[in-house]
Design a binder for this molecule. Sequence first.
Ligand SMILES: *[C@@H]1O[C@H](CO)[C@@H](O)[C@H](O)[C@H]1NC(C)=O
Ligand SMILES: *[C@@H]1O[C@H](CO)[C@@H](O)[C@H](O)[C@H]1NC(C)=O
Ligand SMILES: *[C@@H]1O[C@H](CO)[C@@H](O)[C@H](O)[C@H]1NC(C)=O
Ligand SMILES: *[C@@H]1O[C@H](CO)[C@@H](O)[C@H](O)[C@H]1NC(C)=O
Ligand SMILES: *[C@@H]1O[C@H](CO)[C@@H](O)[C@H](O)[C@H]1NC(C)=O
Ligand SMILES: *[C@@H]1O[C@H](CO)[C@@H](O)[C@H](O)[C@H]1NC(C)=O
Ligand SMILES: *[C@@H]1O[C@H](CO)[C@@H](O)[C@H](O)[C@H]1NC(C)=O
Length: 624
Amino acid sequence: MFLQFLQLWMMLCFATVSCAARQDPFAMRLSCGARQNVQTRPTNTHWREDFGYTGGIVSNATRPSYITPPLNTLRYFPLSEGPQNCYIIDKVPKGHYSIRIFFGLVRQSRGTLIEPLFDISIEGTQIYSLKSGWTHQADQVFAEALVFLTDDSVSICFHSTGHGDPAILSIEILQIDDKAYYFAPPWSQGLILRTIKRLSCGFGQSKFDVDYAGDPWGGDRFWQRIKTFGEDSESGQPRSVETRIKHASHPPNFYPETLYQSALVSTNNQPDLTYTLEVDPNRNYSVWLHFAEIDYSAGQRIFDIEINGDLAFKHVDIVELSGDVYTALVLNTTVAVNGRSLTIKLKPREGNLAIINAIEIFEVIMAESKTISEEVSALQALKKALRLPPRFGWNGDPCVPPQHPWSGVDCQLNKSRGSWIIDGLGLDNQGLKGFLPDDISRLLNLQILNLSRNNIHGAIPSSLGTINSLQVLDLSYNFFNGSIPESLGQLSSLQRLNLNSNLLSDRVPATLGGRLLYRASFNFTDNAGLCGIPGLPTCGSHLSAGGKIGIGLGASFTIFLLTTCSVCWWKRRKNILRSQQIAGRAAPYAKARTHFSRDIQMTRHHNNFGKTSTAAENGPILLS
Ligand SMILES: *[C@@H]1O[C@H](CO)[C@@H](O)[C@H](O)[C@H]1NC(C)=O
Ligand SMILES: *[C@@H]1O[C@H](CO)[C@@H](O)[C@H](O)[C@H]1NC(C)=O
Ligand SMILES: *[C@@H]1O[C@H](CO)[C@@H](O)[C@H](O)[C@H]1NC(C)=O
Ligand SMILES: *[C@@H]1O[C@H](CO)[C@@H](O)[C@H](O)[C@H]1NC(C)=O
Ligand SMILES: *[C@@H]1O[C@H](CO)[C@@H](O)[C@H](O)[C@H]1NC(C)=O
Ligand SMILES: *[C@@H]1O[C@H](CO)[C@@H](O)[C@H](O)[C@H]1NC(C)=O
Ligand SMILES: *[C@@H]1O[C@H](CO)[C@@H](O)[C@H](O)[C@H]1NC(C)=O
């Protein structure tokens, strides 16, 4: 009895677990510029408003292609908003995602539509540069990439390239299987696949997975219909069936069954099937080929598959490989392409014909390393404190994509760490008005900091002294006030320190003064009251005016005394020498001596009277 109960309980558990595993994938769709959530026909797709994710300007949507989602608004980013603008979307669970962005056109003041060209990056990796003429090709009105998200958030950035304002219609973040589009190593979380082409061969319409009633885990791919590979009907005949296809909607890729119900079949006149695509050179491409034997009347078929002339698959027999007719077969391979075209050729063996149902081509992109997060947050604090205007576009990651670093920020890749570090900051001559916060010291790898010729006020943060790598510190021509922090003396790598033309006061720290002896160069001139090193006034102290005068007088007197003493001493030495040489005889020049010097001598003589025997002995000779 108890055993039976346990058995039942275990079965229930198992059912629950398998149900949980089949839950819906995470999906988030943003309608850019929308002020409320939107539902679109015919699939009742749910789009969220995009409030609070980014800046930019909202405008009425333009629909460059029939496949563009039927949304009413778009968001665009004029250069005044900065060269890069990002959507930072939080609360996206870790996982593998298909991210798709539809572009829009911006209407100019005169009503003409501009086709903007810009770059897109996801998580700091540049995935795409729009190509001129994209509006005229249905499947180029969006960019799509398969990306691993590892930190519960995703950043998607648009980088201006000086060809119009980036304009975005929608962003879709659709979870797919962790192993989706897995190929052999080096496939890993560090790779991004950018969709270049998805062709569904044969009869029918271009469609999204959702139109095919595809599994949501497939990522709602867009399949462009292609009826023939060439201009003439000789390059393939379309076929289609309604027969059920086995093994279609399977993990990890969940291809819709319909994909395999149509195909392109070669003809006896031209048994080869050849598809050519123009691509960017010197990249790696992942090619996925889909087959199902839906035209068995032609008899057995065996063919080779060449990609750019290299044999990729030999002796392909669809029925043998898939196990049956009307059964899906997916072959994938990755190729390096040096030239500008990628050609897939199906070459049947003698007397056979070739068949193909669908083709997918991806660009394989290595995901970029990111910038150390501590340094990113330091720059964000700096952006706020220095009140950087939006035109700086300090959004996303400061160093990546390397094609579009933040303006004024110099970066370096630390290969052993696998992350980018910030080694230079040049915000000179930018009209900045804020203050320099302590957070600056979190830029631990900074070598050069130039904030010259701004209107920065307040104190020089003493934390600057902890940036050991600092070689150049230029804060000249600002309104820094207060004293120079002692800590700057600890900067052992410092070669250049410009603090001239500020409102600094007080003593230059002795540690810095000492450095003047070394080769470092300094400029402290033109400040409110710096003192204490050669070239600057001597330092007073924090006393009342009377006290200062007193001290000043005291100092003058001391100097006077010191001078007097040294002159006396010098004179006396000379006289001793002379008296030893020309004993008793007055030298002609000795007569020309001023009364002043005589007075000094007398004074001194008087002071020392009876104390110093040498003075007593020599004095009369001098005075005669
Ligand atoms: C957007 O379209 C609506 C009508 O659909 C119109 O009233 C509005 O002025 C348009 N806005 C802009 C910025 O063109
Ligand atoms: C892609 O092909 C490799 C063999 O080259 C295979 O190991 C892998 O399972 C294939 N991926 C999928 C998802 O079928
Ligand atoms: C292409 O892949 C090979 C082998 O994985 C790799 O060594 C090479 O760097 C890749 N090329 C590009 C441009 O990514
Ligand atoms: C890279 O990072 C490692 C570990 O943090 C550090 O030891 C090394 O000095 C760094 N290299 C450079 C060139 O900054
Ligand atoms: C800092 O920038 C200014 C230009 O604004 C330049 O004249 C100066 O030489 C730079 N300082 C250093 C140390 O390079
Ligand atoms: C420096 O200037 C700020 C205003 O910018 C002022 O509040 C502060 O008291 C000044 N500090 C010194 C030491 O003069
Ligand atoms: C030092 O600063 C002053 C005033 O800001 C400037 O006139 C002078 O040329 C600077 N000297 C050097 C050596 O750069």
